[in-house]
Design a binder for this molecule. Structure first.
Ligand code: PMV
Length: 339
């Protein structure tokens, strides 16, 4: 009844922005991301038997409170429910640690809920099942559905009201494109004022551009897959940039407007454009925060890191396509085999 699992965060090349069902976390459109190795979150879950006591939740050495705690407890309760009364899963102890700062603006919640979903299911005695894990992780944070499998993952929008066809699906393994690099430029470490969850709700409700965004993003997912298959950095980079601009344009048109960019974000974006004129293959993407993620190749990695630093970033986090979420230990069970 105890297991430890690890998962990487991911960066969306075609973003998820907006839910059609807030409770089940079902998106209005499909999205596509690449998993970010070597960054990872490692989570241990232990279910106690027949205990009615509250769950103990520790994240990065601190006891979790408020919404952060509620979201974890809700996910653990879903696992208890799925395991059924016979399993007698009581209160849980969950300990989670990330090896990258939550403030990096990377979707740390994606890695956190993916590791939690895998660890909790394993602790409850379920066999590995990426689809079921992705659906469960999605209930914690939408983007977490794309951190169960590694490499290039599409989160299918799905059509069903129960959400059972809305999960992350690996299209290409990390090994498909080992030369690809994702560099996060740390231009700000401030907590963002509007969390993704609230930002997307407000965008869906008030941005007149929202229907166009959702329709276009669905098309862009189809388009980018062809270019990822060919490892065409320029075509992938152009779609990723355009998609990021369109997401931010849609959010800017909300009421009140949502602007996640800082002056230094724009400085790095401008620097990308200038670098391309100098023959460096680099494109940006940007989540709901100020820190741009630059897409480049191994050959240009160091030049791009230099460029980001000289335009206001105080640190650069280097990433490569990462692998699947994994169960690291499960007492009483041989990993990858039978109990
Ligand atoms: O999964 P959430 O609620 O953290 O939302 C993630 C939203 C973006 O990071 C902006 C886009 C994405 O697809 O990851």
């Amino acid at each position: 009844m105890k297991a430890t699992a690890t998962a990487h965060p991911n960066i969306a090349l075609v973003k998820y922005w907006g839910k059609r069902n807030e409770k089940l976390i079902l998106p209005h459109q499909s999205s596509l991301s690449v998993t970010l190795g070597p960054l990872q979150v490692t989570t241990t879950v232990e279910f106690t038997k027949l205990t009615t006591g509250p769950d103990v939740i520790e994240i990065n050495g601190k006891s979790a409170e408020g919404t952060e705690r509620t979201r974890v407890v809700e996910l653990l309760s879903l696992v208890r429910k799925q395991a059924g009364a016979k399993a007698k899963l009581g209160g849980a102890i969950m300990i989670s640690r990330g090896d990258f700062p939550a403030s990096a603006g990377l979707a740390s919640s994606a890695a956190a809920f993916a590791a939690l979903a895998v660890a909790a299911r394993a602790a409850a005695g379920f066999e590995r099942d990426p689809r079921a894990e992705s659906i469960l992780a999605r209930r914690g944070s939408g983007s977490a559905s794309r951190s169960i499998e590694g490499g290039f993952v599409r989160w299918n929008r799905g059509k069903r009201a129960d959400g059972n066809d809305s999960f992350g699906e690996q299209l290409f393994e990390a090994e498909h494109w080992p030369e690809l690099r994702m560099l996060v430029g740390m231009v700000s470490r401030e907590e963002k004022e509007v969390k993704s969850r609230d930002g997307m709700r407000s965008t869906v409700e008030t941005s007149p551009y929202y229907p166009a965004w959702a329709k276009d993003a669905e098309r862009e997912v189809k388009e980018i897959v062809k270019f990822i298959k060919r490892r065409d950095l320029q075509a992938v980079g152009e779609i990723a940039e355009r998609n990021a601009w369109r997401m931010h344009a849609t959010a800017l048109a909300a009421n009140p407007p949502l602007c996640y960019l800082k002056p230094a974000t724009l400085a790095v974006i401008e620097a990308c454009r200038y670098a391309r004129q100098q023959g460096i293959g680099v494109w940006f993407t940007l989540d709901a925060g100020p820190n741009p993620v630059l897409l480049t190749s191994r050959a240009d990695e160091h030049k791009v890191a230099e460029l980001i630093r000289s335009h206001g970033a105080d640190d650069v986090v280097h990433c490569v396509p990462g692998g699947d979420a994994r169960v690291l230990s499960q007492p009483g069970k041989r990993i990858g085999g039978r109990a």
